[in-house]
Design a protein around this ligand. Structure first.
Ligand code: TNX
Length: 486
């Protein structure tokens, strides 16, 4: 008896309507009603939502163990309502029916994620939801440790559950070059080959066909791939493969240590720009999304005037090939194209260049390392990860606000929020997941939910409900002591 009571207290059998991450903007429960999804509950969708309906049915089939028919007369209805924000949705749950309306199929897809978190017993009421920021990103560094196309796709499936809509792939760094570039075969033959991950782990590269496969897989889940080619620093892998691009034309050794800031493309050499333009054209051609990230970080061995000259020529190139340039916030030291986006990553409380760029109308992605870096250790005992930005526990990644982070960078300047995962200490997909969960859900809520509905105690309770799901799906996560896991 006593035991039963305790179990019920810590594990409510049914969820409440707002028990979703990220927390919806508005929730109006009707506690007398509920809809239970069972085998045979049908889904009816407008034609534009056929793909979303198929996704919902496939995921629900996993929950119920049966098949979910799609066709006329289903109790779960997917509709479009163009008066809603593009990524917004409403969801009405009664005893007999579930009506989901999206501003676009993407909005419907996010509504589906909400339903899937509540399933199989959907509490009655109405949810009205839309994101705070249009850019809600995660980054995966496949340069320091390579992850295969299939591993990246599986990661996308975990991210979309939290309404993440951009995956930034860090494709190149000092250790390795991870994307095939026609005309420059040694980039991947040599710098994508054996022994090119940190300490020799994780070699490999994506062919253009594999990259396109990831882009398509992501697009089917309403995720935009943001490719990053890091320059002018972080390029030892380029110079090792193509010594003709070094300052003196002499070969440089391969480097698989985790140092940063020692390599640089040569600003005063014409060959540099032929190389860079080939790469940017190729990446732009295979990337349907609007962004192309050109790095720009930690150019400690690039003289300031070279950095300026290099970026002066390179920052317009994404625009020439139809893309908006994103760069780490060091690029804010130079004059930026109008559409350029600045990604702030440091732990300092101020950054004059980023503030000036924002005042000049540039949009900013917030990714402060002391809040959003998934490669920071949770605490001193964390087996993997770094700690140069301090320890980042779940509460730290949750309790901050992007609009308060940098003086001079107000809400109106923010494009969104990103959680980068650098891979120097990673050796497996389980490592990726361990550092991603449960902090990514915290940052996803920062990026999606209105400030007014965010609350740490509410969040940690909602987060606890994911433990059984992650366990059942074989997803590794950090069982942080801050969370009341069941
Ligand atoms: C800094 S943050 C870097 C990366 C490292 C990371 C490790 C940034 C733009 N550059 O080169 O991998 O720290 O946390």
């Amino acid at each position: 008896m006593e035991k039963q009571f305790r179990v019920l207290r810590v594990r409510p059998l049914t969820k409440r309507l707002g028990d979703v991450i990220p927390h919806p903007a508005s929730v109006r429960p009707a506690p007398a009603a509920s809809f239970t999804i069972t085998e045979g509950t049908g889904v009816t969708a407008v034609p534009e939502a056929a793909g979303v309906a198929a996704h919902l049915a496939a995921e629900l089939a996993r929950v119920t163990g049966g098949t979910i028919p799609i066709g006329p007369g289903g109790a779960i209805r997917l509709e479009l309502d163009p008066s809603l924000p593009a990524e917004g949705y409403t969801c009405e749950i009664t005893d007999d029916a579930v009506t989901l309306r999206g501003g676009t199929p993407q909005g419907l897809f996010w509504g589906v994620q909400t339903l899937l978190q509540l399933a199989p017993v959907l509490p009655g009421g109405v949810i009205e939801d839309a994101p705070r920021y249009e850019y809600r990103g995660a980054m995966l560094d496949i340069a320091r440790h390579f992850f295969t196309a299939d591993e990246i796709k599986a990661h996308i499936d975990l991210l979309v559950q939290f309404k993440i809509n951009h995956l930034h792939l860090h494709l190149t760094d000092d250790q390795g070059w991870r994307l095939e570039i026609p005309g420059w075969p040694k980039l991947t033959e040599i710098s994508g080959g054996a022994g090119t991950g940190v300490d020799g782990a994780g070699p490999g590269f994506l062919t253009l066909a594999e990259y396109t496969g990831i882009v398509d897989y992501a697009a089917a889940r309403f995720v935009t791939i943001v490719p990053e080619i890091d320059m002018p620093g972080h390029v030892n892998a380029v110079h090792h493969a193509y010594p003709e691009l070094t300052a003196d034309g002499q070969p440089v050794p391969q480097r698989t240590d985790a140092e940063v800031g020692y390599s640089s493309l040569v600003a005063g050499k014409e060959e540099t720009y032929a190389f860079v333009e080939d790469v940017i054209r190729t990446v732009a051609d295979v990337t349907p999304g609007p962004y192309l990230h050109i790095g720009g970080d930690e150019c400690l061995s690039t003289p300031a005037e070279d950095y300026r000259a290099f970026l002066g020529r390179v920052l317009p190139l994404p625009g020439k090939y139809g893309k908006r340039a994103i760069g780490w916030h060091e690029i804010a030291a130079v004059e930026l194209p109008e559409t350029a986006v600045v990604q702030f990553w440091r732990i300092e409380a101020t950054d004059d260049d980023t503030a000036r760029a924002a005042a000049d109308g540039r949009r900013v992605i917030m990714a402060p390392a002391d809040r959003t870096y998934l490669d920071m250790k949770y605490d001193a005992d964390t087996r993997i990860g770094l700690d140069w930005a301090g320890h980042v526990d779940v509460r730290r990644s949750y309790e901050w606000d992007p609009a308060d982070r940098l003086p001079g960078v107000p809400e109106s300047a923010l494009l969104g929020v990103e959680a980068p995962l650098w891979s120097e200490t990673l050796r497996s997909v389980a490592d990726v997941q361990y550092l991603t969960f449960p902090r990514l859900p915290a940052i996803a809520e920062v990026a999606w939910s209105p400030r007014s509905v965010r609350d740490w105690d509410s969040f940690r309770t909602r987060l606890a409900a994911f433990a059984p799901r992650w366990a059942a799906a074989g997803v590794s996560y950090h069982p942080s002591a801050e969370i009341p896991w069941p």
